[in-house]
Structure formats: structure tokens, C-alpha cells
Design a protein around this ligand. Structure first.
Ligand code: ADP
Length: 487
């Protein structure tokens, strides 16, 4: 139970379809747990394909009016939503921490980060300019209109239960599209609280619909293959992204896929050691290592290697594991027992292949799914732990000697989301930034995402841009409008 909210009506447990709170047609509910206590928090309506169909139809009807409104009107309603999210920041952060586990300070930061997309796209709504192109024929006028795609779907993960929704839905609504959201089954309460605030903001019925479900494959299949859904934006694992991509091919649906990552974090000998260690902590241990842009592999040059390992191990020993609502906590629980098992299996495999645990390395006694902050050295690129996404508070460190070697190691992955490197040599900075095959690269910085910058990957990390002025284009199509006989 989440008891101490200032506004308890933010705690919604039904789906949101066409402006109404909706029970499952069969009366089914599923349990949402607190990963920090392993106790149930709420029982949420378990919607299925039938209700998803209703939501898609409602979104199709709502689209007719929504797209015809002025951009200024849509902008105003999004701005109302933004104001309400900030007004309820503390309650939203408590709900987020309760169902997701991250420390309350990080949850507060996620609410601000999530809200920033609503604010940014409320402004961008007014800037979907078209074009007039100089014509090769005297009697023809050549114009390009930017028009909304129609009904769009968003399938979002549990690691950022607020920000991954606002990052997709705000540009969609700003562009004039309507949206059906399927939040992750672990974290529907944050999504539903956002839905409640969207209602209060005056966003019309059917424009924003939410389908909580414990059956993501069934609901996902309908969203990815329904002819009325013109665009699907997905954030999650590469395996599920590939399935959705194949389902979306039946209707040649537009897609944005933000999939897994395997971010290298490179520290050259000439780096500012303190800056690199603090960047590593932030990039690796935020959200207990459960982000797709987390430093997954630390690659450290030989001269600075020992000092970096010592300093990082020292800083990691200062992290405080605990329930996210306890003020001192800096590392919350992992999302569920399967996540603990996965992290443990990767560490065992690494140890069996010669890696050394400097600190941590074990799951903690429950209740709650906690894992010790861990540093592992002597890692090689053959080990599973350096090839797979760890999604836990485990820093793995590998030594390298030359720039060419480390660029090769960094790029030796099917993923291409984020990469980080630390150096003070400006020529090397430019060279390495260009050579790293990743969609986002941070120099001397471990935390690079914000609403004004383009977020997105290459290779098997997916495609499509979220955030920034490019983000709204994912929800628009360019219509060439030719006016003839204009002499
Ligand atoms: P993670 O491993 O981070 O949980 P997933 O890809 O499993 O990543 O989950 C991301 C989102 O995808 C969640 O909303 C989840 O419910 C949804 N999902 C999981 N499996 C499927 C599927 N087969 N089809 C559609 N969506 C799915």
C-alpha cells in the first residue's frame, strides 16, 4: 500500500480508455509489488486485446478532432499537464519509488526529467513548419505539409516508468497524434497517475489511453499489427524489439525502437581521474545499474588502471543499499528475483573465467531484491558479463594499452546506444568521438541525456530519435502538396 500521498486520487488502478477509468472486461486484476519489500502495493486491472481494441478505436475517433485543433491549443493543454506533473512531483516520486525501487532522490529527478519532455514538446507543437520549394515549372507551386500520423502506440519499460512515457507521448500529442500506451507490468501505477493528471489538464477523451496488462505479448501483438495504429514506439529489450519489428511489418508500420545497450566507458591515461571516477559512479550505479545507457564495460588504460580501480572501489564502498524511501539510500533493489539471478549468473561466469571481485558480488538477504554494489577486475571481452547488458550495480573493468585497441574493443558489440570516454587531448577527443559506433557519445561526462538532445541508437540498439527538435518528426509525415495551374 502507498499511504502517505498528499493527493491519494493519483493512485489509479484501472486502465484509461476514452477518458474513462476501465476495469478489465473479465474483471481480472494483477498484483503490483514493491521490489524493496516484495510486498503487494496494488491490484491493477488486467486488460487484454478486447480492451486494447476499444482504446485504439477511441484514439482513432479522438484523432479527428485533436489533429484539427490549433497547435497553440495542443500546446496549452500539454503545458497544463507539465504544470500538474511538477505540482505533484513529490507524490509521483513516491509512487515511482514504491513500484520501481529507485531512491526517492532519483525518482524526484525522474519526474523533473520526464516533465521536461512535456514542456519541451508543448513548445515544439508550434514549430512543425512545412516548406515551399522553388518550382521547376511556372504554373506549379510545390509545398510540403507536416501532418500527424494518426493513432500511435507506446510500449514502455519499468526502469523509467514516467520519463519513457512522456518522452514518447508528448511529441506524439504535440504533433496532433493520439496515443495508446502499454506500460510495463511492474510499473503501471506511475503511468496511471500520469493519465489522471492528463485528464485534469484537459487533454480530451481518447487522446491518451493507457492499457495496464500482465499479458504484454498479447497486447503488444495487437498494437504492433493493428492497421489503425500508424506508429509504434518501443523501449525495451532487443529480443522483444525484434519481435515487434517483425509484427509491424504486416502493416508496414512506422517504428521507433530504443533497445538494449552495452555502453563502453573508456578512461585514457591523460584523463582527470576524479572526474572519471565520479562519472563512472553516476553512469554505472544510477538506478542500481538498470538503465540502457549505463556504463556496461569500463575500459581503462594501463598507466591509470590501478589508481582508477582503487578510487572507484573506495567510492563504491560508500554506496548505501536500502529501500528507496529511506533517505540515506543510494542503491535501491533490482526490479525482481529474475534480475538478481541474471546478475549472479554473469558474475559466476566471469569468476569461472578468471575475473576478480574487488568488492560486493552477492545478492543480499531479502525481503526485497537487493544486490551489493560490485566492482570486478580482470575482465576480458570474451566473458558473458562484458557482452551482455548487466542491468545491475556491477562495474566491470578491463585494461587496454592503445587507442586503436580500445576503439576496436568498444565497437565489438552488436549494440550501439551510448558510449563515454575521458581524455584531455582534444585531437583524440574528436577522433574517438567519430570512431565510436554509437548513437550517443559523452566526453568527460557520464550523464548525457536531456530533453533538448537527440536520444537514440544505431545497430541492434534500434533507430528513431526521442527528445530534441528532431523527436517530433517521428510522429509526422511529410505530404507533398502540388498546386497546378497556378499561372
Ligand atoms: P525488460 O527486459 O527491460 O523488462 P522487455 O522488453 O521485456 O524489457 O520489456 C519492455 C516492455 O515490453 C514492457 O512494457 C513489457 O511489458 C513489454 N513486452 C515484453 N514482452 C513483450 C512482447 N512479447 N510483446 C510486446 N511487448 C512486450
Amino acid at each position: 500500500m502507498i499511504t502517505d500521498l498528499k493527493d491519494s486520487t493519483l493512485l489509479r488502478t484501472c486502465g484509461l480508455i476514452n477518458g474513462l477509468w476501465k476495469e478489465s472486461n473479465k474483471g481480472a486484476r494483477f498484483e503490483v509489488n514493491d521490489p524493496g519489500t516484495a510486498r503487494p502495493l496494488a491490484h491493477v486491472s488486467d486488460l487484454d486485446q478486447e480492451e486494447t481494441e476499444e482504446a485504439i478505436q477511441a484514439a482513432a475517433v479522438a484523432f479527428r478532432d485533436w489533429k484539427s485543433r490549433t497547435a497553440k491549443d495542443r500546446s496549452r493543454l500539454l503545458r497544463n499537464w507539465y504544470d500538474l506533473i511538477l505540482m505533484h512531483q513529490e507524490d509521483l516520486a513516491k509512487v515511482l519509488t514504491s513500484e520501481q525501487g529507485k531512491p526517492l532522490s532519483e525518482a524526484r529527478a525522474e519526474i523533473i526529467y520526464g516533465a521536461s519532455f512535456v514542456e519541451f514538446f508543448s513548445e515544439e507543437a508550434k514549430r512543425t513548419y512545412g516548406e515551399i520549394i522553388p518550382s521547376p515549372a511556372v504554373s506549379k507551386k510545390i509545398t510540403v505539409l507536416n501532418l500527424p500520423l494518426g493513432v500511435t502506440a507506446a510500449i514502455t519499460p519499468w526502469n523509467f516508468p514516467v520519463a519513457m512515457i512522456t518522452r514518447k507521448v508528448s511529441p506524439a500529442l504535440a504533433a496532433g497524434c493520439t496515443s495508446v500506451i502499454k506500460p510495463a507490468e511492474a510499473t503501471p501505477l506511475s503511468a496511471l497517475a500520469l493519465g489522471e493528471l492528463a485528464q485534469r489538464a484537459g487533454i480530451p477523451a481518447g487522446v491518451l489511453n493507457i492499457i495496464p496488462t500482465s499479458r504484454p505479448a498479447r497486447v503488444g501483438e495487437l498494437l504492433a499489427s493493428h492497421p489503425l495504429v500508424r506508429k509504434l514506439s518501443f523501449t525495451g529489450s532487443t529480443a522483444v524489439g525484434k519481435k515487434l519489428m517483425s509484427l509491424a511489418s504486416s502493416t508496414v508500420k512506422r517504428l521507433s525502437l530504443e533497445l538494449g545497450g552495452n555502453a563502453p566507458f573508456i578512461v585514457f591515461d591523460d584523463a582527470d581521474l576524479d572526474l572519471a571516477v565520479e562519472g563512472a559512479l553516476l553512469s554505472k550505479f544510477r538506478n542500481a545499474g538498470q538503465t540502457c545507457v549505463c556504463a556496461n564495460r569500463m575500459l581503462v588504460q594501463s598507466v591509470i588502471y590501478e589508481a582508477f580501480v582503487d578510487r572507484l572501489t573506495q567510492r563504491v564502498s560508500e554506496l548505501v543499499v536500502g529501500h528507496g524511501l529511506v533517505p540515506q539510500t543510494t542503491i535501491g533493489p533490482l526490479i525482481n528475483p529474475a534480475a538478481l539471478d541474471k546478475v549472479e549468473a554473469l558474475i559466476t561466469d566471469a569468476q569461472n573465467h578468471g575475473a576478480r571481485v574487488e568488492i560486493g558480488g552477492k545478492a543480499l538477504q531479502g525481503p526485497g531484491t537487493f544486490f551489493e554494489p560490485t566492482v570486478i577486475t580482470g575482465v576480458t571481452s570474451k566473458m558473458r558479463i562484458s557482452r551482455e547488458e548487466i542491468f545491475g550495480p556491477v562495474a566491470i573493468i578491463q585494461k587496454f594499452t592503445t587507442e586503436a585497441e580500445v576503439v576496436g574493443l568498444a565497437n565489438d558489440t552488436p549494440y550501439g546506444l551510448a558510449a563515454y570516454f575521458y581524455t584531455r587531448d582534444i585531437s583524440r577527443a574528436w577522433r574517438v568521438a567519430e570512431d565510436l559506433e554509437f548513437g550517443m557519445v559523452g566526453l568527460n561526462d557520464g550523464l548525457i541525456s536531456n530533453e533538448v538532445a537527440p536520444f537514440g541508437g544505431i545497430k541492434e540498439s534500434g533507430f528513431g530519435i526521442e527528445g530534441s527538435h528532431h523527436g517530433i518528426n517521428e510522429y509526422l509525415h511529410k505530404k507533398y502538396f502540388c498546386l497546378g495551374a497556378m499561372n
